[in-house]
Design a protein around this ligand. Structure first.
Ligand code: ZN
Length: 60
């Protein structure tokens, strides 16, 4: 069994600190990583990468 790519935090997608959901997801993936739950980390990384942000539409 080989270690998953997401074991390396440098490969994690950046989250938007102005987004409460992404901030919560980042905290969650840190906890999952500490617990060695790489499947969960990978899932959260995908969620962060796919999180739709409203930055362009705010106030429009
Ligand atoms: Zn977000």
């Amino acid at each position: 069994m080989s270690a998953p790519a997401c074991i390396n935090r440098a490969t994690w997608p950046a989250y938007d600190p102005s987004c409460g959901v992404c901030t919560a997801l980042d905290a969650e993936r840190n906890e999952a990583a500490d617990a060695g739950e790489w499947r969960e980390v990978s899932k959260i990384n995908q969620e962060i990468g796919n999180h739709p942000h409203m930055r362009r539409r705010v106030g429009a």
